[in-house]
Design a protein around this ligand. Structure first.
Ligand SMILES: C[S@@+](CC[C@H](N)C(=O)[O-])C[C@H]1O[C@@H](n2cnc3c(N)ncnc32)[C@H](O)[C@@H]1O
Ligand SMILES: [Zn+2]
Length: 292
């Protein structure tokens, strides 16, 4: 009898782990476990997404540039950049003249992004992504930042655009990230995000269009457009209420809050960033990832 109970307990544990890890992608296990899971998945991540990534320019970049017509050099936060698909698509577009901070909590995913964003001179000519040697440099318009959890390390109204694709479902509660995106966007800034579709079959993570709209409204967003993107996600573009001048292309060293003294002035030393005010140092990896 006791072996029956043991088997039943093992099956139950297996079921719970499978659900928590593969279905919820660690959403209830905290950012340390979640980022560790993404580190493990990072090298194979793009293989499963190739089809939708082929249309990133048409489905994501062009609609975003259309709403940014009056912002010549947008300053973009690519939150949960993953393997850098959006940063890559944006910087590959001839009309994009801005700068990007690409943030993720998984160093493994950021290393894949660094590789994708590193263009050797021959690949620049034909515009193709290429795995370049790591001694070559990541596109200078993109800065990579590993940051483990919310709140985001930026003052209010720092960005013209926040992008957060395929990530809201990974939070136990979508309000928390949406409130942060709203805080770091300037009034009139743009949020490009995604909504899990009913078709995705992942009902526990799906918010209906009207509930999603209510969440946006509650977090100070207006004029939202929810449009079909690909099977698992709709594309959502919305504007933060109010208006203000574009912030323009800034650098990480001008906007990142120091965790010790809350100042935003850093100097670059060989492989660290150093807070000019309190001396706190943050390592920078050989791929150029700032480790917060
Ligand atoms: C499904 S992938 C999407 C990646 C990318 N946005 C895309 O569309 O390809 C989710 C990404 O979110 C990151 N992520 C999840 N929760 C995060 C958090 N709280 N802070 C930073 N990154 C997070 C993961 O490491 C992973 O790279
Ligand atoms: Zn400091």
């Amino acid at each position: 009898m006791s072996w029956l109970i043991t088997i039943a307990v093992l099956v139950l544990i297996g079921f719970i782990l499978d659900r928590e890890i593969y279905f919820y992608e660690g959403a209830h296990l905290g950012p340390r476990v979640q980022s560790w899971l993404y580190d493990r998945w990072s090298k194979k991540y793009d293989a499963g997404k190739r089809e939708s990534q082929l249309r990133d320019s048409e489905m994501l970049v062009q609609p975003l540039l259309d709403v940014l017509k009056n912002v010549s050099e947008p300053f973009v936060l690519d939150f949960a950049t993953g393997t850098g698909r959006l940063s890559y698509a944006l910087t590959s577009h001839p009309d994009f003249k801005g700068r990007i901070i690409a943030l993720d909590f998984s160093q493994g995913m950021l290393e894949q992004a660094a590789s994708k964003l590193t263009r050797a001179s021959s690949s620049e000519q034909n515009g193709a992504a290429r795995r370049a040697p790591l001694s070559a440099k990541v596109d200078e318009r993109v800065e990579l930042l590993r940051h483990l959890s919310l709140p985001l390390p930026f003052p209010d109204a720092t960005f013209d655009v926040v992008c957060a694709l395929e990530v809201l479902e990974l939070f136990p509660n979508m309000e928390e990230p949406l409130a942060e995106f709203s805080r770091v966007l300037r009034p009139g800034g743009i949020l490009l995000t995604s909504r899990g579709t009913e078709e995705s079959g992942r009902k526990a993570k799906v918010k209906s269009k009207s509930d999603f709209g209510l969440l946006l409204t509650k977090n100070d967003f207006a004029n939202f457009q929810i449009a079909p993107w690909w099977k698992l996600f709709d594309r959502v573009i919305t504007i933060k209420n109010g208006s203000s001048h574009p912030v323009g292309g800034r650098k990480l060293t001008d906007v990142m809050l120091c965790a010790v003294c809350e100042q935003t002035q850093w100097e670059r030393k060989a492989s660290t960033l150093r807070c000019k005010s309190c001396g706190k140092e943050m390592p920078v990896t050989k791929e150029g990832i700032v480790l917060n």
